[in-house]
Design a binder for this molecule. Structure first.
Ligand code: ZN
Length: 150
C-alpha cells in the first residue's frame, strides 16, 4: 500500500553547463556577440602553462560597427584607462602602441569581424588575476573578464 516515489533527479546532475575552469595544457574557448558580451568571463589556468585561447566573433554585424578582440593585460592594470587609450588606436585595430599601455599587454587577438576566429598562445608566469577585455571603442565596459593563474 506504500506509495512509490520515483527518483528523477540523477540525470539532471550530469548537465555540464558553462565550463570555466581549465585544466593543464590548456585551451580556452571564448566568443563575443552582437550584444557586446563575452560568453565566459572567468577562467582559471595553471601558472606557467602554455595557454591556447581560441576566440570567435559569433555576431553578424559588420566589423566596423561591432568588431571584437581579446586583450589580456597584466595584473593590476587600469582597465578603464587602457580602454580609453585604445579608442585612439584605430590605426592599430585598437591596440595602443604607446609604451605605457603597450607595456600592459600580455597577448591579444586580431580584431575580428562576424564569423571570424583567431587563436593565440601565451603563458602567465606568475600567479595573479589577469584582466581581459575587448578594446573596440566602448566595449570594455561590458566585454571584460579575468583569467586567474595559480
Ligand atoms: Zn567587442
Amino acid at each position: 500500500m506504500k506509495t512509490k516515489f520515483a527518483i528523477l533527479l540523477i540525470s539532471a546532475l550530469s548537465f555540464s553547463g558553462l565550463a570555466s575552469v581549465a585544466q593543464a595544457g590548456t585551451t580556452l574557448e571564448l566568443s563575443g556577440n552582437d550584444t557586446m558580451q563575452f560568453d565566459v568571463k572567468a577562467f582559471e589556468v595553471p601558472v606557467g602553462a602554455e595557454i591556447t585561447l581560441v576566440f570567435t566573433n559569433k555576431g553578424s554585424l559588420p566589423k566596423a560597427a561591432m568588431g571584437h578582440n581579446v586583450v589580456v593585460l597584466k595584473p593590476g592594470s587600469n582597465v578603464m584607462s587602457f580602454g580609453g587609450a585604445s579608442v585612439a588606436a584605430a590605426a592599430n585595430e585598437y591596440i595602443p602602441q604607446d609604451d605605457a599601455n603597450a607595456g600592459l599587454i600580455i597577448a591579444h587577438t586580431k580584431l575580428l569581424g562576424p564569423g571570424e576566429t583567431d587563436t593565440i598562445t601565451f603563458k602567465l608566469d606568475a600567479a595573479g588575476e589577469y584582466p581581459f577585455i575587448c578594446s573596440f571603442p566602448g566595449h570594455y565596459a561590458l566585454m571584460k573578464g579575468v583569467i586567474t593563474a595559480k
